[in-house]
Design a protein around this ligand. Structure first.
Ligand code: C5P
Length: 279
């Protein structure tokens, strides 16, 4: 079985408080994009994991943890051979690892004749990571709580997206910690975005995208600001950090403009990918 595991971008990201346990309460509209990893799953009597990127070919990879969690919950003594072709840059704020884990859960359930309900799969996803339930859903959604409370959003338009990333690193826990120390005003991008969706005016939807981590990322990785400015000077209608970064996305009018922008960004030494939001 071959499955695609799609990256995500955060069209909005607000932080509304701290949850019991120390996690942050989020309100974020996420959308899957066509940039994807490819996963091959084969039933086997033991679990093995292979990946084209050596640094993540480890037994604690989220794919292996997802496979083991599935097998345990479904009371299956067999295993699975997982081959991961990694195309989504990481760590980047693009949910690549989360999407791989979600694809393993969904794929293994199918491979083993659907022993688990959708509810079981979402509970497993939530126990493995905050973004994994969204990846399991695979559609634009408002993500609240830790990220696991999902409201699907039907009206998110298909956008041409360029995703770019430099060499900097932004570990997620560090970004949350820095956010806490900066005492920033609470943003309300998400409510504005959802109102704009309701009105169906594309310009307003694009104008209300945003990310509460923007200024945090600019302190920890100033390159994210440069990259957003580069996107805008290449004609992006909007450009924001995805998740906790360091990847940045730009929304473009059409694919031609996206391709030109990606070429210009690559010529400046960035990795750049043209894709589109999925709905
Ligand atoms: O859930 P996940 O493993 O993806 O989270 C990684 C880290 O990001 C957590 O350890 C935590 O520091 C931070 N986080 C948070 N609040 C969230 C999601 C993640 O503080 N809602």
């Amino acid at each position: 079985m071959i499955i695609k595991a799609f990256a995500k971008i955060n069209l909005t990201l607000d932080i509304t408080g701290i949850l019991p346990g120390g996690y942050h309460a989020l309100r974020s509209v996420m959308a899957p994009v066509s940039l994807c990893d490819e996963i091959t799953l084969e039933k086997s009597d033991k679990t093995e994991f292979f990946c084209n990127v050596e640094s993540i070919s480890t037994p604690d990879n989220l794919c292996v943890r997802a496979a083991n969690a599935f097998l345990q919950k479904a009371n299956i003594t067999g295993g699975v051979v997982i081959k991961l072709q990694k195309n989504i840059p990481f760590p980047a704020g693009l949910g690549g690892g989360s999407s791989d884990a979600a694809a393993v859960l969904r794929g293994m359930n199918e491979l083993y004749g659907n022993p688990l309900t959708n509810g079981d799969l979402f509970a497993l996803a939530s126990s493995l990571g905050s973004d994994i339930p969204f990846c399991l859903l695979g559609k634009p959604a408002l993500c609240e709580g830790r990220g696991e409370i999902l409201t699907p959003l039907k009206d998110v338009p298909i956008f041409t997206v360029v995703i770019a990333i430099g060499d900097g690193r932004l570990p997620t826990p560090e970004v949350f910690k820095k956010y806490d120390s900066m005492n920033l005003p609470v943003r309300n991008d998400t409510d504005n975005f959802i109102s704009a969706l309701g009105n169906g005016i594309k310009e307003d939807i694009v104008a209300s995208m945003g990310n509460a981590f923007t200024s945090v990322a600019e302190v920890l990785a100033p390159e994210t600001k440069t990259l957003r400015d580069e996107m805008l000077s290449c004609g992006a209608l909007a450009s924001h950090l995805s998740g906790s970064g360091p990847s940045v996305y730009g929304i473009f009018k059409n694919q031609d403009q996206g391709i030109k922008a990606a070429e210009a960004l690559k010529a400046k030494g960035y990795s750049a990918y043209v894709c589109e939001t999925l709905n």
